[in-house]
Design a protein around this ligand. Structure first.
Ligand code: F0G
Length: 459
């Protein structure tokens, strides 16, 4: 039975036209950009599921807040409005705005990571991973084994394996671990949530060794709602109360506000450590801007302050996770292998299982992503070999990710139920002729973050 599609708790006041260009034009557009859908013109796309980051629809309250933005260079009213919201929800001693999540990661890495350091997490997302590597550090993923089993129905597949974490810290040595992290929800592992019990245990483990604990909070509000739905003891708590508890266990956080704060641009970085805060401010001034605007316009800070609360609104979160599970249920009806249970912000199709005849080295995720565009004008992103295969720094041998995924990320408050139905039909059509799809090879690949600019050729 198809899941219930909760009615959107909003109505549409402004529309943005989209169009499906003809099949031949899609084929030509894709060929012209070296088969990397990242580099297509957005105008040539019908339904854009590349990311849920910065692509959501702002509310009338956010647009109104934008008109009240204070563009003073220092000490703007907009900063203090944002500060009030950030203090209320997250409760850290110091915070700065940044222009987006990776800017916060860059600054945190610049301040804390030294060459040869190890940074454990459940799973780092690509920009965090790359920012740590760019400072000579080694990001280490210690998520529970269930995360790698797409059929496992574990309610919190983003959890960290506490035994593995403890063993890792003992083996690596506290001196080589300047901070420990966790990503909520676990984007690289299917947008899966982390339980409060696990966050508490992660914090206790880090703290028992004297290691500071930072949360990558990009999708913290969706995670809080999963906790409410799935973790005993939280069913009567408001998402904001759950958030307050979650952040009370951490020493700081970095966040892309382009997700759960429903803004088109923005980020946050916070800490309780006075010395680290001073170093962060100095680094921020060098790279982003003065600590009361951090690379954003005053109006962006106002939109974020308002969006932070909208992202925690319970009727919004029920609709948000309802839309994702509706699409997941449709795809399952058509027999499409996906990561189960579906995460908060996206459906992760298992391209490895859908295209078993295409090995890692022939990029099954690219084969599926290109076909989505050719068949239905849909843009999705590969989360597999192109994004995450790296040569081992010691042996040089290529290490492939365990899963070859293609992510259908759902922008917030942007697409409707009929869009979801269309997406499911396109995927079902592709699945019927999956065995005829061919692999791809690289014709260009940069060293870091290669999925953004790589080029391919069909085999
Ligand atoms: N952390 C997580 C968990 C993310 O998913 C992202 C971005 C970032 C940090 C970096 O934030 O883009 O504002 O610099 N994820 C986007 C995505 C790009 O499509 O999943 P940013």
């Amino acid at each position: 039975m198809t899941a219930l599609y909760p009615p959107e708790p909003f109505r549409i006041k402004v529309v943005e036209p989209i169009q499906l260009i003809p099949p031949e034009a899609r084929r030509e557009a894709l060929r012209a950009v070296g088969y990397n859908v990242f580099t297509l013109k957005a105008e040539d796309i019908f339904i854009d599921l590349l990311t849920d980051s910065g692509t959501g629809a702002m509310s009338q309250h956010q647009w109104a807040a934008i008109m009240e933005g204070d563009e003073s260079y220092a000490g703007a009213r907009s900063f203090f409005r944002l500060k009030e919201a950030v203090d209320d929800i997250f409760g850290f001693k110091h915070f700065v705005p940044t222009h987006q999540g990776r800017a916060a990661e860059n600054i945190l890495s610049a301040v804390l990571v030294k060459p040869g350091n190890y940074i454990p997490s459940n799973m780092h997302f690509d920009t965090t991973d790359a920012n740590i590597r760019a400072r000579g550090g080694r990001p280490t993923n210690l998520v529970i084994e269930e995360a790698f089993n797409p059929q496992s129905q574990h309610p919190f597949k983003g959890n960290m394996d506490i035994a593995k974490l403890r063993a890792f810290i003992e083996r690596t040595g506290v001196a080589n671990i300047p901070l420990g992290m966790i990503t909520v929800t676990n984007n690289a592992g299917g947008g899966q949530p982390i339980s409060m019990e696990n966050i508490r245990a992660v914090a206790e483990t880090y703290h028992s060794f004297g290691i500071p604990f930072y949360i990558d909070a990009a999708r913290y509000a969706e995670n809080c709602y999963f906790i409410k739905l799935r973790e005993p003891g939280y069913e009567h708590k408001a998402p904001i109360e759950i958030a307050r508890e979650m952040f009370s266990y951490a020493d700081g956080f970095c966040m892309s506000a382009k997700k759960d704060a429903i803004v088109n641009i923005g980020g946050l970085l916070a800490t309780n450590n006075d010395e680290v805060a001073q170093a962060i401010r100095n680094e921020l001034i060098l790279r982003e801007g003065f600590p009361t605007y951090g690379g954003l316009a005053g109006r962006d800070l106002d939109a974020m302050a308002t969006g932070l609360y909208e992202g925690l609104d319970e009727s919004y979160l029920a609709y948000r996770l309802g839309q994702t599970s509706y699409l997941a249920a449709k795809l399952k009806e058509y027999g499409i292998p996906i990561i189960e249970p579906p995460g908060g912000h996206a459906i992760y199709m298992d391209a490895g299982r859908m295209l078993p005849h295409i090995p890692h080295a022939e990029l099954p995720g690219i084969a599926l992503a290109t076909e989505l565009y050719l068949t239905g004008g849909i843009r999705a992103s590969e989360i597999g070999t192109v994004m995450f295969a790296y040569p081992d720094p010691d042996s040089g041998e290529m290490i492939y990710p365990q899963l070859e995924l293609v992510r259908l990320a759902l922008p917030r408050r942007t697409y409707t139920q009929s869009h979801m139905d269309y997406i499911a039909r396109v995927v079902a059509d592709i699945a019927q002729r999956a065995s005829t799809l061919k692999g791809y090879k690289f014709t260009y690949a940069p060293k870091l973050l290669r999925h953004f600019t790589a080029k391919f050729e069909p085999l």
